[in-house]
Ligand binder design. Sequence first.
Ligand SMILES: [Zn+2]
Length: 356
Amino acid sequence: MKRRHFIQVMGVTSVALAAGISCTSTNKKFKNWVWLRGGQKNTDAELLVFLEKLKKNNIDGILPEGGNEWYKRLAPLAQKVGLDFHAWRWTMNRGGYMKEHPEWYAVNRNGDSVIDKPPYVKYYRWLCPSRPEVKQLLIDDYVNLCKIEGLTGVHLDYVRYCDVILPIALQPKYNLVQDHEMPEFDYCYCELCRSKFKEEHGVDPLEMKDPTASKEWKEWRLNQLVKVVNAIAEEVHKTGKEISAAVFPTPEIASNLVRQNWAEFNLDMFMPMIYFKDYNGDLDWVARIVKEDAAIAKRKGAKFYAGLHMGHVRQFGLKPVIETCMKNGADGVSFFTGHSLKDNEWMEFSNFWKNY
Ligand SMILES: [Zn+2]
């Protein structure tokens, strides 16, 4: 939807009018989404059957992963069925430029680049958000996606720094106890970030006694990413398309774990990954997180869809989890992934919405 862009272009006086349009354009107060992977080997007829099944089961939009050619094929099919389509593409974690532009990549507090020592997993190849060339590359990529017919928006993922602290339940998987910010997971100490920060604050972060204790240094890095995201959002909005993102559970958790202060991102919708098992969270935890996110989204005039991992949802059951999200202010949910729901779960999901 073009409401945010419309408001930005037309100015504050158009807010009421724009809100009126949004109310009359749909009777439904909620929307649901699914992240999708694969499907490239299916025929168009098979894909249509699947998309129609989603639509019939109260899904309103899809977030498919893939290349531009795949999107060119899938987006018109989604349009035919009446599904919104946000192209899901990783933002800061991209390994494709390591040979030509090693200087674009993030460096940790030990001075190691993600190129030589990818942290945690081999596919962790984080770009540095301070590089103007990186910002331009990302803007061009997302704007280019917006030209694809049938696409209603773009979806950012891995739109953050490397995890300086992993969610508590994931630490044992890597044999780690992260009770402090360890240098090998703490980015970005590349030459450019250090010199830019020194220019603005008079000190090289590596020369601080304890860089992890510096509020200025943390804020500065949070803001480098905010600037990149908002530059992408601004250009995407100029094309009339929407922009959404998969983010960490709350801006506070996201800032502390992955330096992602998404409360400052100018996006149309947020799909925070409320993957409660990673945080040893129960339904009360979900309720608290959802309430916080709903308030932030409301303040920003954005939509908030609770991102749910089906592998986690089954711990409590589909209905109790969705009920908790909706009661606490979510605009709907987004499933990871749309392929993982079984027929009985689709039925349970459909039945739930009959009361809305
Ligand atoms: Zn850097």
